[in-house]
Design a protein around this ligand. Sequence first.
Ligand code: ADP
Ligand code: MG
Length: 225
Amino acid sequence: MQVVETKQIVKNYKNHRHSMLALNDISLSVEKGEFLIITGPSGSGKTTLLSIIAGLLEQDSGEVLNREANNMGILFPFHPLEKHLTVVENLTLPLIAKGYGRLKQLRRVKQLANIFDLNTNLRYFPTEISEGEARLYQILRAMMPFPKLLILDEPFSGVDHRKAVRVMTYLREEAIVNNLTVIVVAHDVRLHPFAHRVIRLVDGKISSSSGDIQLDQEMPHYFRI
Ligand code: ADP
Ligand code: MG
């Protein structure tokens, strides 16, 4: 089943001075349980595409279907942790919005924090932790409400490679075991083998695509750490 489908998406940013064609005819289907990496130079339209898929931005023309719009976890660089809340308060916010009780909220924080080995500074404020740590907590925040579709826009900037591998390993497992669909912008080619498919955007177009969701449904041995 296709979770996300875009057909001939076009997006132009216009203001009084100039117009910028950010997406030029993007057609893309993402299967349930697929792990998709999007790469490409800065300014190629990655954030614009993910924003449109997430429903945060409207395309000029073309169609977007997102079957998990109500079960999404998202991370965008323009949506940092809330500075006036502690890390744990930031993490529980998405669950409060969903009506989870306090015990369930804290159990979920503990579960994810344990998986990523991030237990030391849950009571800190975002200004008291490093940029890389803040990024990891942004990933956790996106995963808190048990999403079925996870959209992560450059989640690993400032995150060390070992931690990034840990996150990718977990997400790949979730894709296989629980059919989580993952779309992540990641540039480091060492992370690309975790994905079923890697697509590259250049100048608002898909310039290349490699891999296939059908290739495997089991964890290849080199993902085990
Ligand atoms: P990427 O995420 O690949 O770096 P973006 O989707 O952020 O690319 O941007 C694609 C192009 O659209 C860039 O040239 C960028 O300058 C332009 N752009 C993005 N957002 C805006 C905006 N709000 N107003 C005008 N131009 C924009
Ligand atoms: Mg971007």
